[in-house]
Design a protein around this ligand. Structure first.
Ligand code: ADE
Length: 238
């Protein structure tokens, strides 16, 4: 999987690529992230990347030329892969969207800054727009990292455990069951006995029921879309 990230602040993104799962995925050759500083594609003496909006009003708008030059000089014209703009105006990011994007071998991520971006970038360069939620950040760099992180977890071999992403909250449409590790008793609080029983069928049943219960309590909206068996439905009705 290859990402090309276009940003005015690529330094924000770099450190996160140098730790843990992402670092290992890069070392294993499963992930490539190329960071491009939009400012280095300006041609004027002052390296200007923004300007006042036509029609007046506050704030600055990202100029189209350096963005087009950056994306097209790296990815060609038209670009060789989808170009995703991170913006609160995009479609809302979910685990389902992560899975959809993970099917591409190559994605470009464009991080907005300032008040906005010249609309011609949206109309003639960007092919998809994604929001990570209904709140406004100062730029698209953290959202871009969120996409890279969540998509990398879905690349086969990127997680230590080959089934790692399968039990995730949301992967099954349910929230995850509770996890415990040693010690079996901590400050008098014991781990549920069933987890110490060695009975794998019983453990699987308990985990499924806990996932159902947790989803019902915290995110009942998810149950409507989840893939539930007859025995799941019986448990929830009981
Ligand atoms: N840029 C600023 N806020 C954002 C959001 N919520 N999602 C994606 N990009 C953004």
């Amino acid at each position: 999987m290859r990402f090309d990230v276009f940003s005015l602040f690529p330094a924000v993104i770099r450190p996160y690529l140098e730790i843990s799962i992402l670092q290992r995925a890069i070392e294993k050759g499963l992930l490539e992230v190329h960071l491009h500083d939009i400012r280095s594609f300006t041609t004027d003496r002052h390296h200007i990347t923004d300007d006042a909006p036509f029609g007046g009003g506050g704030g600055m708008v990202m100029k189209p030329e350096p963005i087009f030059t950056a994306v097209e000089s790296v990815l060609g014209s038209p670009p060789a892969c989808p170009v995703i703009l991170l913006t609160p105006q995009g479609r809302t990011y979910t685990q389902q969207v992560a899975a959809e994007l993970a099917a591409y071998p190559h994605l470009a991520l464009l991080c907005g800054r300032y008040e906005g971006i010249d609309e011609r970038v949206r109309e003639h360069l960007v092919t998809d727009e994604i929001s990570i939620g209904d709140y406004v950040l100062t730029g698209g760099e953290l959202p871009a990292l969120i996409l890279i992180d969540s998509i990398t977890r879905l690349i086969p071999g990127a997680l230590g455990d080959p089934d790692g992403a399968q039990d995730d909250s949301f992967a099954s449409g349910l929230l995850e069951y509770p996890h415990y590790t040693r010690p079996a008793e901590f400050r008098g609080w014991r781990v549920p006995e069933v987890l110490l029983s060695g009975n794998h069928a019983e453990i699987a049943r308990w985990r499924r029921q806990q996932a159902l219960l947790r989803t019902w309590k915290r995110r009942p909206d998810l149950l409507e879309k989840a893939d539930l068996s007859d025995s799941d439905r019986r448990f929830l009705a009981s």
